[in-house]
Design a protein around this ligand. Sequence first.
Ligand code: HEC
Ligand code: HEC
Length: 307
Amino acid sequence: MSDFTHDFWNFYIAGVALVGIIGCALFLWSQGSASYTIGKTTGHSWDEDLEEFNNPLPKWWSWMFYITVVFSLGYLVYYPGLGSFPGLGKWTSVGQYDAEEKAAAADYAPLYDRFKGMAIPAIAKDAKAMEMGQRLFRTYCIQCHGIDGGGKDGGFPNLTDNDWLHGGTPERIVETIGNGWQGVMTPHDYLGADTVRNLAHYVRSLSNQPGVDAARANLGRTAWMNSDCFTCHGTDAKGNPDMGGPNLTDNIWLYKSDEATVIDTITNGRNLEGGTTTNNRMPAWKSFLGEDKVKLLAAYVYGLSNK
Ligand code: HEC
Ligand code: HEC
């Protein structure tokens, strides 16, 4: 089998490798018969007192270099490296990855089989499962949820508190991870800037934010009931897990809690099609990772806030 489209490249690669090695050897050898003026300076000096001598290379150094030359020739005879010559050892990386994958899958199969029959809260108490879950989490989830699952400002929820967009039951967590979710907070610019501002004061009053104007908050409460906010956030603003609308009465924020940001959220909304953010998409993992890994990840996430 040759990876080269034309034989020329095969010889070219082999030639470059061999000429390089032989060139090194010849150069080393030539140094043995060069003429030296041991102990005398060449007359060059730099920085006032830095002088140049013309001494031979140290023997140990030359020998180390000869050894590397011999080693590299031996290497090229045994391993592939000279163009398309496969090497006497016939070593190849073809199939290596698949073999390792298979071996790993065989190693883990009995563990996954054991977790299949277990409920998620029980898996979350299993040290081995949490260790495997953490490894998966650190591979696939931390760029959005943080290394500790603590989330990030800008729509990436904290997974370690007990505040859930989608309810936080084991079934809901499996569903969110498996099928993903697109957070949709619709824009409300049509209500007019003044009403939006009143709504922002009302929402911010629910978690005792500083700088709330009581009169505006009161008007905002009426606007809340007259608009559609309650359909996704609940009448009491404590969230609606079916719609993924967050609880607005705790002091836990996906976006910042200052007045300008809250006004921005209500005015422009937060969703992929419009609004100020494109961050609030939780990818779907079921088809990529398979149900076993999704279950293990769900148990890991569940365990982060149910210790
Ligand atoms: C590209 C960014 C991104 C990646 C990667 C990602 N997530 Fe998410 N995740 C989000 C966003 C954004 C949300 C919030 C969606 C919303 O607004 O409802 C979310 C929500 C969640 C929720 C629901 C939280 C709640 O309060 O109900 C869980 C659970 C979750 N992610 C787990 C994971 C796991 C496990 C992984 C790794 C397999 C992962 N996420 C990878 C962005 C991401
Ligand atoms: C269609 C459902 C829906 C409606 C209607 C809706 N929201 Fe939302 N809202 C959401 C979702 C979902 C989020 C979280 C967005 C995300 O995941 O990025 C959110 C986020 C917010 C936030 C930011 C919360 C945070 O933690 O940073 C505020 C404030 C807010 N909504 C206020 C309102 C107000 C006020 C109204 C009514 C004028 C309203 N929402 C109407 C679904 C909705």
